[in-house]
Design a protein around this ligand. Structure first.
Ligand code: XIL
Length: 383
């Protein structure tokens, strides 16, 4: 005999199955019972599989898609328990003029997340890119500190208590700038404030939103090669120095923009990052995972998708090996919108071919990468 609650739950799941949106019934999904459309929602969703291991999983949210595409919003709610605005918390979007803020897009993503029980990552307070057009003519050595502090107070304060983690400083290490500590001295923030801008940003962020996990986020630190090894070492040294100086720092964000074809592996690199973070008591987030497939030679799309999926699998196996990684986010969800297809910068070898780097294809059907992600969560130890 079913209790009333069980009966309601069962009825609801039947309704959900009948009402399955057409877009989730993807090509090839009907092939096996385990791969049918129903099996990727609800109990089959990325978030259910991730949550079973104590993991958060999410993606970057493109504001235009979020505004205009109902199917995109539906997919977010169905698959993820955390989201991160792709661009609308960056200075160039938030600050159209020197003294105005435009929170419209960021507010709507945060509201949507709240309504659907999802967490939100904040990206980001301080970066050398995505600065507004008025920045260069306005900010100087004398006022940079005030601009930085006011920005973090205003933006961090607005979303206080609603943000799981903030990328406080993004990409502050850049070895080619030639400093022994690896700091990116070409960043305008460094130019105006010197190396102290990093600690200032973290201290200010802690005051603005004490419950957000304060994160240092960087890329090009994953692979087992000389170049990335140097950058990885510099990132870990920066974090160690910050901890020693009692700077409030809670997490390392590994962007994880990886490549389907590479002569280098990433097992040792990722392990070094996990070990380094563990020694400092930091959580780790995979913040911007995608698999660049430009160098895949075959033109057969299903072969390409399989290669991408295997890279997802091996990367996540490495990243989830220890308990440090608590969240896995991809940089976008559907290949319909990926920064790797903006212009041809990331399509040098196949300029006429769109990349397929994400867990949903342009029609929102799940390619093998979706299943590789889900299986990697299943294989991970509970954290
Ligand atoms: C990218 C966005 O995806 C693009 O839409 C934008 O034009 C440029 O920035 N590392 C980061 C992200 O930390 O903020 C970047 O996002 C991708 C690389």
């Amino acid at each position: 005999m079913l209790t009333r609650r069980e009966w309601i739950r069962q009825a609801a799941s039947v309704t959900a199955a009948v009402a399955m949106p057409e877009f989730l019934i993807g090509r090839g999904l009907a092939r096996t019972p385990a791969n049918n459309a129903q099996a990727i929602t609800g109990a089959g969703s990325l978030k259910t599989h991730a949550a079973a291991r104590g993991l958060l999983t999410g993606c970057a949210v493109n504001a235009a898609l979020f505004r205009d595409d109902e199917r995109f919003r539906q997919l977010l709610a169905e698959q993820y328990n955390i989201v991160v605005p792709e661009n609308c918390l960056k200075w160039n979007i938030l600050r159209p003029t020197v003294d105005t803020y435009d929170f419209a897009d960021a507010d709507s993503v945060v509201e949507f997340a709240e309504a659907h029980g999802m967490k939100v990552r904040g990206h980001n307070f301080v970066w050398h890119e995505a600065l507004p057009s008025w920045f260069a003519a306005t900010i100087n050595k004398d006022n940079a500190e005030k601009f930085l502090v006011d920005h973090i107070h205003t933006v961090g304060g607005r979303y206080k208590g609603k943000i799981h983690s903030w990328d406080v400083v993004n990409e502050a290490i850049w070895i080619p700038d030639g400093r022994t500590d690896g700091l990116r001295s070409s960043s305008p923030w460094f130019q105006f404030l010197g190396p102290g801008y990093i600690d200032l940003a973290f201290r200010t962020a802690r005051g603005a939103d004490p419950s957000a996990l304060l994160t240092y986020n960087d890329y090009g630190i994953e692979y087992d090669n000389d170049e990335e090894g140097k950058k990885r070492t510099a990132v870990l040294a920066l974090l160690r120095r910050m901890k020693a100086d009692k700077v409030p720092l809670d997490a390392l964000g590994i962007q994880s923009h990886i490549r389907a074809v590479s002569k280098d592996g990433f097992n040792r690199g990722v392990q070094e990052l996990l070990d380094g973070a563990k020694a400092l008591g930091l959580q780790v987030f995979v913040t911007e995972l995608d698999v660049n497939d430009d160098a895949v030679a075959t033109e057969d799309m299903s072969e390409r998708d399989t290669i991408v999926a295997e890279v997802y699998r091996s990367y996540l196996t490495a990243a989830l090996a220890g308990p440090e990684v608590k969240a896995v986010l991809t940089w976008g969800t559907s290949d319909k919108n990926t920064w790797l297809n903006n212009g041809t910068k990331f399509r040098k070898q196949h300029p006429d071919r769109l990349q397929r780097p994400l867990p949903f294809d342009p029609d929102y059907a799940p390619p093998p990468a979706f299943f590789a992600m889900r299986e990697s969560f299943d294989q991970a130890k509970k954290r």
